[in-house]
Design a protein around this ligand. Structure first.
Ligand code: ATP
Ligand code: AMO
Length: 434
């Protein structure tokens, strides 16, 4: 809109046109105020009824809440106004009138449940604290990108329509691709490895992954944003360093650049960047510590996957982010390399936030023959993956990488109760639109 001034930029002495949504109308009798809201904040528009054109007063004060209006007038200093300035209007134009009955109250005075909020995201996003989540999300993704660039990584985009799954056969969404069976990708895993094996060497991708998760939990989505890294000539320790660097960069960026948003979320006082290095516990130490907490009915034995209650107990015990390394080979996928001196033990690792898993990664099996055997051990047909395995015959360096759940990162940084709050239009078992 030409010559429009953002509310936050309106200065005393200006003649300005501000445009936005009618946040509130406060009628005190002889004087009344329209509070106008835009992306940058709110501004007070003053109507002194006796001194103003009747039509102007009627238009400005007769409009329903959440209508879109444009106000032209003079900006003056006014210490009693919420932002210290107010506009005395010369013209008020109603651009788009809102129905008086709203499905959700953007002023936040009436609480709405998450489902109503997600059904009416446009109205929901008019709340400061919801807008703040998505401003912070954008800042986190920016910081993550910058950090990968500092690690000399190249950003890539890999296909989302694929021929094979990688993360276990039951969680694929099948689609039809010109009469052929295809799937929505679960992870850029194989593609990022294929590129790390070229002399691009270090890559990252921020993109959607699709998983037909059966469970409906506060930390699973059916479409999530995966932050992936893969680096040639890296081992698991190197990949852990990168994961730690990226997570820390996200916290630092929020701390440095999002003070208004943290304020809107009521987190300004308590927000902290994690201190010190994230401890690295072996899987064996992890199960011993979980067993020692006494929180589980049954003791874990070597080879068990960690149950959610176990992760929770360990998270409370450690009290910070931590890695779990050296998982049993059997519970890690075919592309994870085993230790050379112990094939029961993999180089796979997870990065945990005390509340949940954030990252999985590891060093990859780069030896062609061992990779083929890995497929067979997991009951997969290596022929189906030939497009991938054949590149391991033409010079594949040792390499390592990880996948970091973007929404889980945002959710844990901001202490959100439900992962759906970190996505504009979440996909879950009940929700396919909007
Ligand atoms: P009435 O007497 O019929 O309520 P009025 O025109 O006399 O209306 P004021 O007495 O000037 O209104 O103000 C009413 C209230 O609005 C007071 O509490 C005053 O502090 C507040 N007020 C007045 N002007 C402003 C302003 N520009 N910004 C914020 N508050 C204001
Ligand atoms: P994994 O399957 O553990 O590993 O996924 C990596 C991370 O992605 C996030 N995540 C999810 N977030 C929300 N909803 C989901 N349904 C969901 N599924 C996964 C989690 C998880 O830690 N290819 C490997 C990574 C690698 O080795 O590079 C992989 O996909 O935060």
């Amino acid at each position: 809109m030409q010559d429009r001034t953002y509310t936050a930029a309106a200065e005393p002495g200006d003649d300005a046109t501000v445009a936005g949504w009618v946040h509130e109308i406060r009628d005190l009798g002889g004087i009344a105020f329209l509070i106008l809201r835009d992306a940058t904040g709110k501004i007070q528009v003053k109507f002194e009824k006796d001194d103003m054109d009747e039509d102007l007063v009627e238009t400005g004060l007769g409009v329903s809440r959440e209508s879109v209006v444009s106000v032209t007038g003079s900006v003056e200093e006014e210490p009693r106004a919420p932002t210290g300035v107010e506009v005395t209007p010369e013209t008020v134009e109603v651009i788009s009138e809102a129905e008086p009955e709203l499905p959700l109250d953007p002023s936040g005075k009436v609480d709405a449940d998450l489902s109503t909020r997600l059904d009416n995201r446009t109205l929901d996003l008019r709340k400061d604290e919801v807008q703040a989540i998505f401003e912070i999300r954008a800042e986190i993704l920016r910081a993550v990108r910058d950090q990968f660039r500092e690690f000399r990584c190249t950003e890539i985009n890999t296909p989302k329509i694929v021929a094979t799954g990688t993360e276990g056969g039951t969680e694929l969404f099948p689609i039809t691709y010109f009469g052929e069976e295809a799937f929505m990708n679960q992870s850029p895993q194989l593609f990022k490895q294929l590129i790390a094996g070229s002399n691009v060497e270090r890559v990252f991708e921020i993109g959607p992954i699709f998983r037909a998760e059966e469970h409906n939990t506060p930390r699973h989505l059916n479409e999530a944003t995966s932050i992936d890294f893969e680096g040639a000539f890296c081992n698991a320790d190197d990949a852990m360093d990168v994961a730690e660097g990226v997570v820390r960069a996200a916290y630092e960026a929020v701390n440095e650049n999002c003070s208004d948003e943290l304020e809107a979320l009521g987190l300004a006082e308590e927000f902290e960047v994690p201190e010190g290095e994230f401890p690295r516990l072996s899987y064996e130490e992890a199960i011993e510590r979980i067993n020692a907490t006494g929180e589980l009915d049954e003791q874990l034995v070597w080879g068990d996957d960690l149950p959610t209650e176990g992760e929770k107990a360990l998270g409370e015990d450690v009290g910070s982010h931590y890695f779990i390394t050296d998982w049993p080979s059997e519970i890690k996928p075919f592309y994870i390399k085993d230790h050379d001196d112990d094939e029961q033990l993999s180089t796979g690792f997870d990065l945990m936030h005390p509340r949940m898993e954030l990252v999985s990664g590891g060093q990859r099996e780069h030896r062609h023959q061992a990779l083929i055997e890995g497929f067979e051990q997991q009951g997969l047909d290596p022929d189906q993956f030939e497009y991938y395995t054949k590149m391991f015959k033409y010079g594949m360096p040792p390499h390592a990488g990880f996948g970091l759940g973007g929404e889980r990162l945002i959710m844990t940084i901001l202490g959100l109760d439900n992962i759906r709050e970190a996505v504009l239009f979440p996909r879950d078992r009940q929700r396919l639109s909007p």
